[in-house]
Design a protein around this ligand. Structure first.
Ligand code: UD1
Ligand code: UDP
Length: 383
């Protein structure tokens, strides 16, 4: 039987983290040739993940430029991907999530009539500008894709409501939990000496990560002001904030937080360090999507720094809270958790509605089945 050529297209940090376990499974599957193509919409933050997971790419479009626009990413990625697709002629293209690389990847595949598998399909807020531009990226992806790998039953239901064929939607769990399974280690020693110095018993570490485009400007300023209020009100807290490389994020975060003696501003951490830091933090404040999915496995409460989330499962499970992006509401929610140990205990439970660490195996089997190379489909993920 001829080799089945599957091409994965990724561009940013979360796509790399979430595709790494699947790429590993595909590369270990007899009869499959996996080809990795990077748009490199992110550069350093992508390379950091690829090197941690030992992933090599056959193609690298290297499109990132400082303060890039959405049009720049889309146009450069589309042009570059065409050349790669014509050269490789894959039988299926895999894209992940909702970035602009994801959209360009599925469009490029569509222009060459190559079937698309969409990993992490069906997340929705219902508001086209929140998150921006991800909500529209993911909706457009669902129109183009041939196989939809929905992480949860709720994401499957969103796709069904949009009229997609039920036999093309599969509940697999989120691959981010496959990655997390391999990274969190009880005796982990941080390579960063500043992290090694933290006494996690003597202080409460609040871990922060924020980078969404719709939070740039005044929402991010409000977030920083709320963090300063918290530091003032709770003198046993230490704030650790690995700052995303987006210059719009760095400008604001450094302006407000740089001087405070109980704030540690770091460069983006590799996922091994970041996951182990999450595991030791008291709670996490973030607007990141992936972190909302990971934290429940570690029993760490999450305050979501957004007005809406496409990941309602953790809110329903009681391990995450929507804190909004206003100074007062963030302070109120966070100080509630810092003061009330019963409320904290109720949230700090390790139960993950997003996956069981076996999503990549399921996705691989579904792809093989689609091409007539597996007699059966896997059992769906059940939270
Ligand atoms: C992108 C995704 C977002 C995802 C996020 C994950 C889009 C439109 N946005 O947002 O969905 O949640 O990645 O982190 O697809 N930069 C560097 N080095 C890097 C990465 C970024 O210098 O390794 C800087 C560059 O100046 C770049 C800017 O950050 O122009 C913004 O990067 P971009 O990918 O456009 O947006 P993100 O906010 O990172
Ligand atoms: N992450 C990381 N280092 C950091 C911050 C986050 O490795 O300094 C990981 C995090 O564990 C999660 C992923 O990056 O797996 C989330 O990516 P990001 O927040 O950039 O994007 P989003 O999930 O919001 O699209």
């Amino acid at each position: 039987m001829s080799l089945l050529k599957i091409m994965s297209i990724i561009g940013t940090r979360p796509e790399a983290i979430k595709m790494a376990p699947l790429i590993r499974v595909l590369r270990g599957t007899a009869g499959v040739e996996e080809v990795l193509c990077l748009t490199a919409q992110h550069r350093e933050m992508l390379d950091q993940v690829l090197s941690l997971f030992n992933l090599t790419a056959r193609h690298d479009l290297n499109i990132m430029k400082e303060g890039q626009s959405l049009t720049h990413i889309t146009a450069r990625a589309l042009e570059g991907l065409e050349e790669v697709i014509l050269r490789e002629k894959p039988q299926m293209i895999l894209v992940q999530g909702d970035t602009t690389t994801t959209l360009a990847g599925s469009l490029a595949a569509f222009y060459h009539k190559i079937p698309v598998g969409h990993v992490e399909a069906g997340l929705r807020t219902g508001d086209k500008y929140a998150p921006f531009p991800e909500e529209i990226n993911r909706r457009l992806n669902s129109v183009v894709a041939d196989l939809h790998f929905a992480p949860t039953p709720a994401s499957r239901d969103n796709l069904l409501q949009e009229g997609l064929a039920p036999d093309k939607i599969f509940v697999t769990g989120n691959t981010v939990l496959d990655a997390l399974k391999t990274t969190v280690q009880p005796g982990f020693v941080f390579p960063d000496p500043l992290l090694r110095k933290i006494d996690f018993q003597a202080c409460r570490v609040l871990l922060v990560e924020a980078h969404r485009r719709e939070n740039m400007g005044s929402p991010l300023e409000e977030i920083c002001l709320a963090l300063l209020d918290l530091l003032r009100a709770f003198d046993d807290t230490l704030l650790v904030f690995p700052v995303h490389r987006n210059p719009a994020v760095r400008g604001t975060v450094y302006k407000y937080l740089r001087e405070h003696p109980r704030v540690l501003l770091l460069e983006p951490l590799d996922p091994l360090s970041f996951h182990n830091l999450m595991a030791r933090s008291y709670f996490i404040l973030t607007d990141s999507g992936g972190i909302q999915e990971e934290a429940p496995s570690l029993g760490r409460p999450v305050l979501v720094l957004r007005d809406l989330t496409e990941r309602p499962e953790a809110l329903e499970a009681g391990t995450a809270l929507l804190a909004g992006t206003k100074r007062e509401s963030i302070f109120k929610k966070a100080s509630g958790l810092l003061q009330d140990s019963a409320a904290y205990g109720a949230m700090a439970r390790a139960a993950n509605p997003y996956g069981d660490g076996r999503a990549s195996e399921r996705i691989c089997q579904i792809i093989l089945h689609y091409f007539g190379r597996s007699p059966s489909l896997p059992e769906p993920f059940e939270p």
